[in-house]
Design a protein around this ligand. Structure first.
Ligand code: GTP
Ligand code: MG
Length: 452
């Protein structure tokens, strides 16, 4: 292979699923296995993400992966907390994640956020596999720590095998109801056409070798062209979160999906009003757990290359928005970079009408997803913004003539107490939820009530 592996970026893998189905545990398990392999230092904990290099992937996956088959540098896993929408993970032209793992608890099955995640995977055309998690909870399960699924399955009694089969076929049936043709991963020939289901336990590590092997295979086979980027060019990324950080003021946690960012770079970040032009003050990575107690939680780094999760401290970030683009200027013309960020923001902007409901969401991506869902439901929007429900949103909603539009729909946001008070006096209804379709359903029910 003549390609230079240093020019291949790490594929970005989003781990998503319903609350408590085991996303974080799965990543903890992968990190833990690396520690057991004596390679703790090789896995780098990023902001909101975990980078696992190829040699670690292959040592965990054992016989299931031959590192010679791969020239991608590894995998970058992004953990999305259940209450936080995966829709944050957008990038220029679509999904930030190259591939995804949808975690489903085999006992709990499909839940609202499972369906929401599937909907987003469908819309963004992100290839994914399903990790059918917590197989160790099948009554009578005989565990073999860190075993590939085939061996541990064969060592179970008929009864246990039968019970697990039932649970797995339930999940495959649920996927089919949602329009995805799925099967157990070892029966899947074409992962683009069929969704592979991998039985795992984040607790015992059973099936984790299979999961990693499938993810490597999937990214190598289907993602390759998109991975060939200029990893030394000026960085491009997406804001995951805007956070106040002691000693640093407002910071942005970003996922860099192209190029590099350096500690002395000038950057342009998408803001509530105009793009923010600012100078990086520090690039921060979390310290290994052991050091956190004695020192600051972060250590400063000089430079990171895609794909990476990093905290950026810089002045003027107060207006930055989750889901917004970030671009490094470096030797490029500042005006060009500002225009690119503006163009990206315009691309995400929601079409508003003269009259309609007010929509608030936690990130640009979720605002976009809300707007899509409301468009499908033929609900017009008068104002759409990222942020908590504020008094001025209530003012806008209260001016609507139609009581059906004296409404604020908030997705994954809080309501400021002043806004709450004003809503009560101004007769504005505020609905908030952490699942988009539930929010739309609540609004539909409200409209039905009014119309009766
Ligand atoms: P959120 O971040 O809140 O959305 O949850 P999560 O999906 O990250 O779930 P998390 O990893 O925090 O796990 C939730 C609970 O399930 C914890 O108590 C875990 O110990 C437990 N759990 C996760 N995976 C397994 C598993 O494979 N087997 C068993 N028995 N328990 C598990
Ligand atoms: Mg979690």
């Amino acid at each position: 292979d003549s390609r230079d592996p240093t020019s291949l970026r790490t594929p970005i893998v989003a781990v998503l699923g319903h609350v408590d189905h085991g996303k974080t545990s799965l990543l903890d398990k992968i990190r833990g296995s690396a520690v057991i392999e004596g390679e703790a230092g090789a896995i780098t904990q990023h902001i909101g993400a975990t980078a696992v290099p190829l040699d670690i992937v292959s040592s965990i996956a054992g016989d299931l992966v031959d590192p010679d088959d791969f020239d991608l540098p590894g995998l970058l896993f992004i953990d999305t907390p259940g209450h936080h929408s995966f829709t944050t993970l957008r990038s220029r032209g679509g999904a930030l994640a190259d591939i995804a793992i949808l975690v489903v608890d085999v006992n709990d099955g499909f839940q609202p956020q499972t369906l929401e995640a599937l909907d987003i995977l469908r819309r963004s055309e992100t290839p994914f596999i399903v990790a059918a998690n917590k197989i160790d909870t099948v009554p009578g399960w005989d565990e073999t720590e860190d075993s590939p699924i085939n061996a541990t399955y064969e060592s179970q009694t008929d009864r246990v095998q039968g019970r697990l089969d039932e649970q797995l076929y339930e999940i495959i049936g649920n996927l089919s109801d949602e329009g995805f043709s799925a099967d157990l991963y070892w029966r899947v020939q074409n992962f683009q056409r069929n969704v592979g289901v991998v039985p795992v336990s984040a607790m015992t590590g059973e099936g984790v070798p299979d999961l990693l092997a499938v993810m490597m295979g999937l990214s190598q086979r289907y993602m390759k062209e998109e991975m060939e980027i200029d990893v030394t060019g000026p960085g491009v990324g997406t804001v995951l979160e805007v956070k106040e950080e002691k000693g640093f003021g407002k910071t942005v946690d970003i996922v860099l999906y192209d190029g590099t960012i350096k500690a002395d770079d000038k950057i342009v970040v998408g803001g509530q009003n105009d793009p923010i032009v600012t100078d990086v003050r520090a690039l921060l990575q979390p310290r290994p757990l052991a050091e956190i107690r004695t020192e600051s939680r972060f250590e400063k780094v000089d430079e990171v290359s895609a794909a990476a999760g990093i905290k950026v401290a810089a002045p003027e970030l107060g207006d930055a928005m989750a889901g917004a683009p970030v671009r490094v200027v470096r030797d490029r013309d500042l005006e060009d970079v500002v225009r690119e960020v503006e163009a990206e923001l315009a691309d995400i902007a929601v079409d508003t009408a003269e009259e309609g409901v007010v929509v608030k969401a936690d990130t640009l991506g979720s605002l976009e997803a809300m707007a899509d869902a409301l468009e499908d439901a033929e609900v017009p929007i008068v104002r759409a913004e990222v942020g908590d429900v504020a008094p001025r949103d209530v003012s806008v909603a209260s001016t609507a003539d139609d009581p059906k539009q004296q409404v604020i729909l908030g997705f994954n946001v809080d309501t400021l107490s002043e806004a709450q008070r004003r809503a009560e006096t101004d007769d504005v209804d505020i609905f908030t939820d952490e699942v988009i379709y539930q929010l739309v359903e609540e609004y539909d029910e409200y409209v039905e009530e009014i119309e009766q």
